[in-house]
Design a protein around this ligand. Structure first.
Ligand SMILES: [Cu+2]
Length: 663
């Protein structure tokens, strides 16, 4: 296990991940034996790939752009980066998590660090961090062929919502140079819930183009550039009052890497990046809009990081310095019939300058013991650049400043011990986060989940948490059966959540009232899971996973959006080039739900899925055919994470084909 961890860390071109039990990877493109992967292959959406990670749940507001929740913590407590680049969403209603601005064809894999013990290049947060690893063709390393090239073509169709997916990309590599790039297109109409009723405003369309290139300046020096353009249009959000006319991202980076092939130092990579996001909401297609609104949002981020990796037989050290500047601006214009339009600034052009230093060391103590230690310290300055927005907020917080400084940090250690057929991992950490722009400076942001208008609070203190985690894995019967138990607990101080403010009245028609973000003295979130993986026969594997979580505030009341008891059980068959799977997944009735925070109880549900895959190779070309049925019995159901209880998809039959041509 440790040897594997070291070999992965030492090769700079593969995933820079330790195989500590707290880390998880889902492979997006190209099959890698033994790794998690969506049954739909590379045609699956990013959201479907994320769903394969056991620490991840997804909040749905429609059939597009689901919000990843890690360890039962949403966006505020999760860091998401693209190849180490910081990027911030531009919607005040969380319609566009960062993961919605990439496509499966852009990515090699998604790496999850659970909790506070993150890798230095993912900026880290209390709940965990997701790093989306870009797919780069890479240089030719063998002497057999000086030049290689591939052409990938993907096409997919899903019956429910007539989802169509088309993608094509090319890659060319030599010893000194590589480039790859391609296009991706998705289009879906309204989907049908179980029973056949159409869910209005659940359509979407997305186009994506990407390009990467690398050049070896010397045998030790590499220059790499990446570029992604992503545009979603006509995206419906059945759980919200508005849709999206356009959500567009432009993501680019340039990096320089020096490698050493002997000695303590391995590599030193410095990357500069820039991205911007434009998000335009649209309510013109909704039938009964009382007051039409325009609500655009914008996010710009530029930054750099410089990462040094070093190792000897005992230590694997990484040090990362990072710096970024982000600007977030959103406003709203309301058009009441007959009266003059009303204008307000909802995110007051907040400029955030953040800089930090992170260190990690994976120490091999003995052949069967290792210790991973990581730490980060960051300084942040925020300034409200829009005077109108600043003065509007100042009415509620007299004497508030126009700029704020925060210091955040984290430190964590994880010890892993292997003995014969078992592995034990225990860890502890402390970390803090600064309030988000919405939590600190948001202005009358309507939340359809509890029907309140939310106002930010510039006087919030940083939230912090102590994390304890443990994982035990046991292999039995010559490794044919593996059982693992996983648990983590987060003890928060100054937990940030919206609280009802009786003195204020709402702006949104039909809103229940106004909530302002405050710090709760303490809160607790505990996650547990139990997994078995049993190879019954060489051709048949049985996997089961059970998960249970609890979240409590300082009064002992339930926090909202905490998963009820969840289970998955599946049988995977493999015979020659064929692979098939049948599975059942479901949730128990939501016994503990955040009633105080406007959450309603979700009933129990269970669904069945089947999928199959057939691989064919002709000469050097590969053809993969996949087909399956989701929600086999067309059950009408909604999960605890479905915003405003919008129903999930009914029965869905899908087919897709991936072709890889190697001339
Ligand atoms: Cu939006």
């Amino acid at each position: 296990m440790i040897a594997l961890a070291l070999s992965i860390l030492l090769s700079t071109d593969t995933l820079a991940t330790s195989s500590h039990l707290i880390d998880e990877v889902v492979v997006v493109s190209a099959a890698t034996e033994g790794r998690k992967r969506s049954a739909k292959g590379q045609v699956a959406s990013i959201d479907e790939h994320l769903a394969e990670l056991s620490h991840v749940n997804l909040v749905r507001r429609g059939s597009y752009a689901w919000e990843p929740v890690v360890n039962n913590m949403a966006t505020e407590r999760v860091s998401t980066t693209i190849d180490g680049m910081k990027i911030f969403y531009a919607c005040t209603d969380k319609m566009d998590p960062v993961t919605s601005y990439v496509e499966s064809s852009n990515l090699q894999s998604i790496l999850l660090n659970s909790g506070l013990n993150g890798n230095p290049q993912s900026t880290g947060n209390i709940g965990g961090s997701l790093d989306l690893k870009l797919r780069k063709a890479g240089f030719v390393t063998s002497n057999l062929s000086p030049l290689t090239s591939h052409l990938n073509v993907d096409a997919g169709y899903e019956s429910n919502g007539h989802l169509q997916v088309y993608g094509a990309d090319v890659a060319v590599s030599s010893r000194r140079f590589y480039t790859n790039g391609g296009f991706f297109f998705r289009h879906a109409d309204n989907y049908k819930e179980g029973g056949g009723r159409k869910v209005q405003f659940s359509q979407f369309q997305k186009v994506n183009a990407f390009a990467n290139a690398g050049v070896k300046l010397t045998t030790r020096d590499v220059l790499e550039g990446t570029f992604i353009f992503d545009r979603a249009t006509d995206v419906g959000y059945p759980a919200l009052n508005m849709d999206v006319a356009k959500a567009e991202a432009f993501i680019t980076s340039l990096s320089y890497r020096h490698s050493w092939y002997e000695g303590f130092l391995n590599s030193w990579e410095t990357k500069a990046y820039y991205n911007h996001i434009t998000h335009i909401m649209d309510d013109t297609k909704r039938p009964d809009v009382e007051i039409h609104m325009d609500m655009p949002g914008k996010s710009w981020t530029s930054g750099l990081y410089s990462l040094v990796s070093a190792s000897n037989g005992r230590h694997d050290v990484q040090a990362n310095y990072d710096l970024y500047y982000n600007r977030l601006f959103a406003d709203m214009t309301m058009y009441p019939g007959g009266a003059a339009p009303m204008y307000m600034v909802t995110w007051p052009d907040v400029g955030t300058l953040n800089t930090g230093l992170a260190l990690s060391d994976l120490v091999s103590l003995t052949d069967n013991q290792s210790l991973k230690v990581s730490t980060k310290l960051a300084f942040q300055t925020q300034r409200l650049n829009n005077d109108e927005g600043y003065h509007a907020l100042e009415v509620f917080f007299p004497g508030m400043k126009q700029s704020y400084q925060q210091v955040t940090g984290r430190i964590a250690a994880n010890y892993q011990f292997s003995l014969f057929n078992s592995q034990l991992s225990i860890g502890a950490g402390w970390g803090s986060r600064a309030p988000t722009v919405t939590e600190a400076y948001g202005y009358y942001l309507n939340n359809t989940f509890d029907q309140y208008d939310y106002i930010g609070n510039p006087r919030l203190k940083n939230e912090s948490a102590i994390e304890l985690n443990g994982n035990y894995k046991l292999s039995l019967f010559n490794s044919q059966l593996s059982i693992s138990l996983d648990a983590n607990a987060f003890f928060f101080s100054n937990y940030i959540i919206g609280q009802f403010e009786t003195r204020l009245s709402p702006m949104t028609v039909d809103a229940e009232g106004v909530k302002v973000y405050y710090n709760l003295d303490h809160a607790t979130i505990v996650n547990t899971s139990f997994t078995t993986d049993w190879k019954l026969f060489p051709w048949l594997t049985w996997n089961t996973r059970l998960a249970y979580a609890v979240g409590r505030d300082d009064q002992g009341d339930q926090l909202p959006l905490i998963s009820p008891f969840a289970y998955t059980s599946g049988l995977t068959f493999a015979y020659k080039r064929f692979q098939g799977k049948v599975e059942v997944r479901g949730n128990s009735k939501q016994v503990n739900y955040g009633k105080k925070y406007g959450e309603t109880r979700t009933p129990a549900w269970a669904i069945g899925n089947i999928s199959g895959q057939y691989m064919l190779s002709i000469a050097a070309h590969d053809l993969t055919l996949r087909a399956g049925v989701e929600n086999l019995f067309d059950k009408r159901y909604t999960t605890y994470a479905d915003w405003c209880d919008i129903p999930q998809k009914g029965r869905n039959v899908y087919v897709n084909v991936s072709l890889r041509l190697t001339p």
